[in-house]
Ligand binder design. Structure first.
Ligand code: FMN
Length: 211
């Protein structure tokens, strides 16, 4: 199994999403010793995925055969990210919720990996064909509040639908979500219970992926 592990929290050693994603990879590695992990920290200070620039918008929609050397250079980092994504057959994307959606660095990552003729193709009938087809895709999100279905804040969860839409477009129809919540704005017992729930879900998922 070739797994792309992406962390996106601005926090380092105190990050819940980083700790939980490490925990999941450790569980999986116990059961799949040959696990091949490609690690990407999109929140790292050095070399984060670039935001969309004007040059990028022009280069990405210019057919590959017509791109100038400057356009090719503009797309180099994005090409490299697409290659890593296309080489993986399993994904762990770990991130906190920031202001009801994803960290902007993870959005920049998505903007770099949604590429015509690389990660999606357009059929002769105009239909879109995502080029990622892994069965094993985990979104591990951490939230300070409780946005679970039925909670008063459930309707404010703009993170889950945004991730679902972008990755469905790339060919991932049914990813797994493990959402650890509430981790900040609640009593300590509720926070601990949220971590216990998330770890139980991760343990069950590691078993399913290893089977
Ligand atoms: C800038 C910022 C914005 C946040 N926005 C939200 C939010 O909209 N909803 C929420 O439930 N938690 C929010 N939080 C809390 C984090 O999602 C929560 O603390 C999470 O556990 C952080 O994960 P991490 O430890 O991996 O960084 C926010 C935290 C920060 C720093």
């Amino acid at each position: 199994m070739k797994l792309l592990h992406v962390d996106a929290s601005a926090k380092r050693e105190w990050s819940n999403s980083r700790a939980l994603s490490r925990h999941f990879i450790d569980l999986l590695r116990q059961q799949v010793p040959a696990l091949d992990v490609d690690y990407l920290d999109v929140a790292a200070d050095a070399n984060p995925p670039a935001h969309v620039s004007e040059a990028f918008t022009v280069a990405t929609y210019t057919p590959a055969a017509q791109r100038t050397p400057a356009m090719k250079q503009t797309l180099e980092a994005s090409d490299a990210l697409c290659k890593r994504v296309l080489e993986a057959d399993a994904f762990v994307f770990a991130m906190p919720m920031y202001n009801f959606s994803m960290p902007s660095v993870f959005k920049a990552f998505i903007d770099n990996i949604v590429r015509t003729d690389l990660t999606y193709k357009v059929g002769a009938d105009g239909s879109y064909q995502g080029q990622l087809a892994p069965e094993k895709v985990l979104f591990l999100t951490t939230r300070g509040a409780d946005l679970r279905p039925g909670s008063p804040m459930a309707g404010m969860d703009a993170l889950t639908p945004a991730l679902r839409a972008a990755f469905a477009f790339l060919g991932v129809p049914s990813p797994t979500f493990v959402d650890a919540q509430p981790l900040t704005f609640s009593a300590v017992q509720e926070r601990e219970a949220a971590l216990v729930r998330a770890k139980a879900e991760l343990a069950a998922l590691a078993q399913r992926w290893a089977a």
